[in-house]
Design a protein around this ligand. Structure first.
Ligand SMILES: Nc1ncnc2c1ncn2[C@@H]1O[C@H](COP(=O)(O)OP(=O)(O)OP(=O)(O)O)[C@@H](O)[C@H]1O
Ligand SMILES: [Mg+2]
Length: 377
């Protein structure tokens, strides 16, 4: 079972459209799918023609009762949409969740608890998140293995993307829970320069984390939503249906993240404001150096770490986005990082530690935008 949170704090970038249509296209391929509406705006529920004001019980009741054996469960409130697709609806009451649970321990794990209590009958669980940073989004991330971030091509969306990724990584680091981040370009219109540039930038900076599928701007997707139906049941000959079918195939074909893929920052290298902080606890050691792809494995003086009073050695290395192999040299002996479980066998049969640095900024696009606006803008 794969749980995917469709998340972006920026509003109107295609989260709900992606949640509904990806779910329907996965269901079309005979995958069992549960779609969870985690947004008090309840657009996913409305987009599938559910009258949210008439609900006796909704996601809010399930989340409040998540630890209670006798309370309502996800399967009690899930509504069958098709043979392969079920919807967990929400309504405006869900907006009280954050305040209601303020200060309660484990409040970010309520959705995970509810999912774990449910019979294991789904291949995919998709969660449509609200356009805000808060307890609802944290619950979605805590329950998910993947975060799918729709990016609609505009200057502001690209700027916010770095912040969004940073906040997911911080959350993931704080809880020690790995989340595979993937970006999806939506509402793409090839005729506009900004759309082409955003796609290029996202692909350049995110590499394999950018999904190959691009969702084109297609008015039939809007129309399907206004009729309360997914595109698969509305028009199978439009670009919207083709795109979401391609996306469902691409996601279904991707391996779930494995332990070896996981960049774990909890104990190993940590992103800090001016680079990556490498640290190593070794009070009795006399010399400690850091070598890797980033310094051509050269153990010269610039590779030395500084020793603090507590016996912790530290060094901040300004690393651009990418994947790096590295090792420590501890009193002359080459060693993988004991605090980083991410490692690979190198060409010489030894073990290298691995770190992946995610991008935060898109300076080239910003430059273009500034020059577009001209000096008076
Ligand atoms: N590929 C597309 N082509 C045309 N219109 C689209 C496309 N994707 C989304 N839209 C339209 O853009 C608007 C915003 O989309 P959507 O509601 O999916 O965004 P959202 O990220 O869920 O918004 P919110 O942040 O408010 O939850 C809607 O009117 C939707 O119909
Ligand atoms: Mg939405």
């Amino acid at each position: 079972m794969r749980t995917i949170a469709i998340i972006n704090q920026k509003g109107g970038c295609g989260k709900t459209t992606t949640a509904i249509n990806l779910a329907a296209c996965l269901a079309d391929q005979k995958k069992q799918v549960l779609l969870i509406d985690m947004d008090p705006q309840s657009h996913t529920s409305l987009g599938l023609n559910l009258k949210t004001t008439e609900l006796e019980l909704s996601l809010y009741d399930v989340l409040l009762a998540a630890g209670d054996q006798d309370g309502p469960r996800l399967e009690d409130i899930a509504v069958k949409v098709t043979d392969h697709l079920a919807l967990v609806p929400s309504n405006i009451v869900l907006s009280a969740f954050e305040q209601k649970l303020s200060g309660s321990p484990g409040r970010e794990s309520r959705l995970l608890q509810a999912i774990e209590r449910m019979p294991k009958q789904y291949d995919f669980i998709l969660i449509d998140c609200p356009p805000s940073v808060g307890l609802l989004s944290f619950n979605a991330l805590r329950a998910a293995q993947d975060a799918l971030i729709p990016v609609e091509p505009s200057f502001f969306s690209l700027h916010g993307l770095g912040k969004q990724i940073e906040s997911i990584q911080l959350f993931s680091e704080k809880l020690g829970h790995h989340i595979e981040i993937r970006t999806l370009v939506t509402m793409f219109d090839r005729r506009t320069r900004i759309a082409r540039e955003v796609l290029e930038e996202v692909r350049k900076h995110f590499g394999k984390r950018t999904l190959q599928t691009v969702i084109h701007y297609n008015v039939r997707l809007k129309e399907a939503a206004s009729y309360g139906t997914a595109i698969a049941d509305f028009d199978r000959y439009c670009a919207g249906y083709r795109d979401y079918t391609a996306l469902s195939r691409e996601l279904a074909a991707l391996e779930a993240p494995t332990v070896a893929d996981r960049p774990v920052y909890k104990q190993g290298p940590k992103p800090v404001r001016n680079g990556i902080l490498f640290s190593f606890d070794a009070p009795d050691v006399q010399s400690l150096k850091l070598v890797g792809d980033f310094n051509n494995w050269t153990p010269d003086r610039s590779a030395e770490l500084a020793k603090g009073e507590s016996g912790r050695w530290e060094k901040v290395v300004p690393l651009p986005p990418g994947k790096y192999h590295y090792k420590y040299i501890v009193d002359g002996a080459w060693k993988a990082d004991p605090a980083n479980p991410c490692n690979v066998v190198n060409d010489f049969g030894g073990i290298d530690s691995v770190i992946e640095v995610a991008p935060f900024e898109f300076p080239e696009l910003m430059k273009t935008e500034e020059s577009d606006r001209g000096p008076d803008a």
